[in-house]
Write a protein that binds this ligand. Structure first.
Ligand code: ADP
Length: 346
């Protein structure tokens, strides 16, 4: 017997907390033209938006994937603004059962956007409930229980689902295939991050030297969210220690004080590398073993720590686990073992 989805007339209230911090809100780009970098993604999206507007059709569903802090939520919020449609925001982790997603679907206005963050965390039952909603804009609701149970078919207004995930591999193929566009967001270049830092300083009314903007960009692990966070810390430091103007030496001193090294690694990143090298002799080692040793959930390592270390060439993935490269040894000022696969002269 199928579990009843809606019992009685209680429909949960849509409640979302989003950009609680007014400074976060101020720094987030509002329109697609304010987005820095991700040029190809922006160009493809601009075409899709333009075509849907010209045809007066609802934009197709879009999936964004990539490490945290690269702009998935930002894209999901600039799209409805550019289209001039309303949007709702939900988190995959909070949609535990089909009944949790019904209010969002029934509230969705024609052409509006429903953004589901962390969509890989949706339970299978919710995923399956979404299939007809995404494909045919209808849902099947079971009311009552046992012999009294009946299924009603509820039509929805055509809407656009935007999903964001740090783990596209965890999405089931049927869900993934229901997105007309799938866009992968990659790390940003130093120039792009430096541009973001410069624009953010202007929004925060903080004077910044170009060399300081570049320094913050270099130490932000290719990630706009980190660039903005680091900028805010450097701004506080410059206000407390000097006259508020962010100079290169103040930026360096502020970031050193936070434990952020010249390549942008923080203490957790270095602890990860140190563990692979010292405890596991450079690897190969499984992510669970590293996670247990440094007492951090494996998911956090996979989502937040490893993508940049892999991208920066400090770690490689092998079929038998993670391995530190000679660059990682050099970065921690350690001597690589003689059998190292990536020999380098010091
Ligand atoms: P994600 O959803 O991928 O975790 P967000 O979209 O929340 O990341 O981005 C984090 C912050 O980084 C945003 O608040 C915004 O200020 C900034 N940001 C992200 N992408 C860009 C971009 N392309 N241009 C300028 N700022 C950006």
């Amino acid at each position: 017997m199928r579990e009843p989805i809606l019992q009685g007339s209680e429909i949960p209230v849509v409640q979302e907390r989003f950009d609680d911090d007014p400074e976060d809100r101020a720094l987030r780009p509002q329109r697609m033209r304010d987005m820095v970098g991700q040029r190809e993604v922006c160009e493809r999206l601009a075409i899709a938006l333009d075509a849907s507007q010209k045809r007066r059709e609802t934009l197709g569903h879009i999936l964004f994937d990539g490490p945290p802090g690269l702009g998935k939520t930002t894209f999901a919020t600039v799209i409805p603004r550019d289209l001039g449609v309303s949007f709702q925001i939900a988190s995959g982790a909070a949609l535990m059962a089909p009944k949790d997603v019904i209010p969002y679907l029934s509230n969705a206005e024609e052409g509006s956007v429903l953004f589901i963050d962390e969509i890989h965390r949706l339970p299978k039952a919710v995923e399956e409930f979404l299939y007809p909603a995404m494909e045919d804009f209808r849902i099947d609701i079971t009311l009552g229980e046992g012999v009294n149970a009946r299924t009603i078919n509820m039509p929805l207004k055509p809407f656009t689902l935007i999903g964001a995930t740090t783990r596209s591999g965890m999405l089931s193929a049927p869900l993934r295939d229901r997105f007309q566009m799938r866009e992968h967001l990659d790390f940003y270049t130093i120039e792009e991050l430096s541009e973001i830092v410069t624009r953010s300083s202007a929004k925060l009314r903080a004077a910044i030297d170009p060399a300081a903007a570049t320094e913050i960009a270099i130490r932000s692990r290719g990630t706009p969210r980190l660039a903005n966070n680091r900028l805010r810390w450097v701004r506080d430091y410059a206000t407390s220690k000097a006259d508020g103007r962010i100079t290169h030496s103040l930026a360096q001193a502020a970031l050193e004080m936070q434990g952020i090294d010249p390549r942008g690694l923080d203490s957790q990143d270095r602890k990860y590398l140190d563990t692979v090298i010292r405890i596991f002799h450079g690897g190969p080692v499984g992510v669970e073993a590293i996670a247990h040793t440094i007492n951090v959930p494996p998911d956090t390592l996979e989502d937040e720590v490893e993508p940049f270390l892999l991208r920066a060439g400090l770690v490689i993935r092998t079929p038998r686990g993670r391995k530190a490269t000679s660059d990682a040894y050099e970065h921690l000022r350690l001597k690589p073992p003689p059998s190292d696969d990536h020999p380098r002269l010091f």
